[in-house]
Design a protein. Structure first.
Length: 282
């Protein structure tokens, strides 16, 4: 093989390695995504829609970057980072990070501050979602960073607002059937505005006339007599004998006294089912 051919061969190899490392064509190629919000219709404040708990607008650093970063809490407790009207430059090995400090550039600063890698950027343009680990502390990881891991470059960053107050689960119990087979979970949440909501999830019981939801002043409304003798608060008519549902509680209800949820047929004085409540945290 001639010296010329060897030089050409080495040059081709060098160019190939350089192309693989820098991927210059990505600068001119956009990848657009358009993801729907995950989970469909879910509750906010235990009632409806995904709840936005913190958000911030992107600013460009190494590359022009724009759009909105929002973190949502879903009905099942999971949290999702959603980028909307998002746009930045494309590049090799670009990731979405939650970072723990105001970090603008430099891999060492990112490492020192701490970060959570939410995964490779799905596209440099468009709406997209990223799951957040359940143990991520949003009081610590307060920025969303678009980070080129290959070159240690911060494309852009969004500083997130202080996380909003979330509903707090204060009590919970499992239903068990008394007169009728019943299943599901009864949970009581305290909302940021101070209101309390009783939520049934995975709920199923028998249908019947004039069926009510009661809070009973007993640790466990185990029979009809307990309900009538202990005293109760009528919460509302039962909305349905199957499915997830919410009930507003009176503002002054004392959960240290009213410690059981009962499904009560008022017409016949029958206790369909009860859920003894115990202290809980969401």
């Amino acid at each position: 093989m001639s010296k010329r051919n060897i030089v050409i061969g080495v040059g081709v190899v060098v160019l190939a390695i350089g192309w693989y490392a820098f991927r210059p064509e990505l600068i001119f190629i956009n990848k657009t995504v358009n993801e729907e919000f995950p989970g469909g219709t879910v509750m906010a404040s235990i009632e409806k829609g995904p709840m936005s708990i913190t958000k911030g607008n992107f600013k460009g650093l190494a590359h022009e970057t724009k759009g909105l970063a929002s973190i949502y809490q879903l009905a099942d407790g999971k949290r999702t980072l959603r980028l909307t009207e998002f746009e930045t430059s494309n590049g090799p090995d670009v990731h979405v990070y939650l970072t723990a400090a105001e970090v603008e550039k430099g891999s060492e600063a990112i490492k020192e501050a701490g970060f959570i890698d939410l995964g490779s950027m799905k596209g440099n343009k468009g709406d997209q979602n990223y799951d957040i680990p359940v143990d991520a502390d949003l009081n610590k990881f307060k920025n969303v960073t678009i980070w080129c891991a290959r070159f240690g470059v911060n494309f852009g960053q969004a500083a997130l607002d202080t996380p909003a107050s979330m509903p707090v689960k204060v009590a919970e119990g499992n239903f068990r059937g008394i007169a009728h087979e019943t299943k599901g979970i009864a949970s009581i949440y305290k909302l940021p505005d101070g209101k309390q909501v009783l939520r049934f999830s995975g709920f199923e019981t028998s249908n019947g006339p004039d069926v009510q939801v009661y809070l009973v002043a007993a640790p466990d409304a185990k029979d009809n007599e307990t309900v009538t003798k202990s005293g109760f608060i009528r919460v509302a008519d039962l909305k349905g004998n199957m499915g997830d549902q919410n009930y507003d509680l009176p503002a002054n209800v004392d959960l240290n006294k009213y410690r059981a949820v009962t499904i009560w047929c008022r017409r016949f004085g029958v206790n369909f089912a009860t859920a003894p409540l115990a202290s809980a945290k969401s």
